[in-house]
Design a protein around this ligand. Structure first.
Ligand code: NI
Length: 173
């Protein structure tokens, strides 16, 4: 599987810069660790059926609007409209009420190319690492249930990632 390492590095540099000193909640690792984990899930799934460079760019940038305050217009200028639209769809809309937010988010992702679906699956696979110790059982159960909603809504995009998220959901206690 060939992929564009120079494009990956340019996107990674941008993501590392805009996330700055932000840390992965719970682990204290630099935030870029989360982004690279999501990108490697996508890379591992690469089978020639999707544009792995586009998918990895969306993986590296998927939280930069929501968590680092980057403007979608900036992504248009830096990386083009396909990436900007994908990342925009991967950004939760605070204007939508909290109970509706996930459904709204999944609707907007499903309107995007399949690569964007893969990133959402890869993000949740990555986040189904053992829950932070301070999370109550109820919060873990809700997170697990939400992961199942994501798997059901987007799993058809890639059989390998669908299998992997199911495994992670089963193992998540
Ligand atoms: Ni994420």
């Amino acid at each position: 599987m060939s992929w564009n390492q120079d494009l990956f590095k340019r996107t990674l540099d941008f993501a590392a810069k805009v996330h700055g000193a932000q840390q992965v909640p719970g682990s204290g690792a630099p935030y870029v660790v989360h982004l690279v984990k999501v990108a490697t899930e996508v890379l591992r799934a690469a089978d020639g059926s999707f544009d792995v460079d586009f998918a990895m760019q969306c993986a590296l940038l998927h939280d930069c609007v929501e968590d680092a305050g980057v403007k979608v217009e900036t992504l248009h200028l830096e990386f083009g409209s396909r990436v900007a639209n994908g990342v925009h769809a991967l950004t939760k809309d605070d204007a939508v009420s909290k109970p509706e937010r996930m459904a709204d988010s999944l609707r907007r992702i499903r309107a995007q190319p399949r690569e964007v679906w893969l990133v959402k699956l890869a993000d949740r696979i990555t986040n189904l690492e053992p829950a932070p110790a301070h999370w109550a059982a109820e919060k873990r159960a809700a997170y697990r249930a939400e992961a199942q909603v994501i798997a059901d809504a987007l799993g058809e995009a890639h059989a390998g990632l669908a299998a992997r998220i199911r495994e992670k959901i089963a193992a998540y206690a």
